[in-house]
Design a protein around this ligand. Structure first.
Ligand code: GDP
Ligand code: MG
Length: 162
């Protein structure tokens, strides 16, 4: 069985961009407006001799109603299905109350969780990370999904136990 990696986080943090990079697909719809991925989406990827499955989700905005509630539900199901959770936050947007709500859920969950700070392109990594230590999910990991910055290194570490 491939290890399963779930991508969770608020809408628009770059989950689908990372999904596309990890699966080398153009399947996940990337857009300039949030909330486009309404269902869980599965893809496979490979790094070296290791294969893995990635789940893209619509995101959790923190004030779920209607379609947003359905997307949050998809995220919770994806977390259940996963061996590893990559929790994405947005370095440009900074810390958001919804990030804290998601972090609370992930802290009580027993899944191995990585706190991934996306969109660090053009930013100084150390200061971009500063906001996110308070989430209590350990060492924030800077990436730029759109450009590939640090992505291979991260996935290599994520897959090391598998
Ligand atoms: P999702 O809603 O979490 O799936 O986010 P998307 O993958 O659809 O991306 C939302 C927006 O963020 C799009 O305009 C992306 O091009 C942009 N984006 C994603 N990754 C990066 C990145 O590493 N750097 C920058 N500057 N923008 C990014
Ligand atoms: Mg998306």
């Amino acid at each position: 069985m491939n290890p399963v990696i779930a991508l969770v986080g608020r809408p628009n943090v770059g989950k689908s961009t990372l999904f596309n990079r990890l699966t080398r697909s153009r399947d996940a719809l990337v857009a300039d407006f949030p909330g486009l991925t309404r269902d869980r989406k599965y893809g496979n990827g490979q790094l070296g001799d290791k294969t893995y499955t990635v789940i893209d989700t619509g995101g959790i905005s923190g004030d779920e109603e209607g379609i947003d509630a359905a997307m949050a539900e998809q995220s919770l199901l994806a977390i259940d299905e996963a061996d590893i959770v990559l929790f994405l936050v947005d370095a440009r947007a900074g810390l958001h109350v919804a990030d804290e709500a998601i972090a609370n859920h992930l802290r009580v969950n027993q899944k191995k969780t990585w706190l991934v700070v996306n969109k660090t392109d053009g930013l100084e990594e150390h200061s971009a990370m500063a906001d996110f230590w308070t989430l209590g999910l350990g060492d924030p990991r800077p990436i730029a999904a759109a450009h590939g910055r640090n992505v291979t290194t991260l996935i290599d570490e994520v897959l090391a136990p598998f």
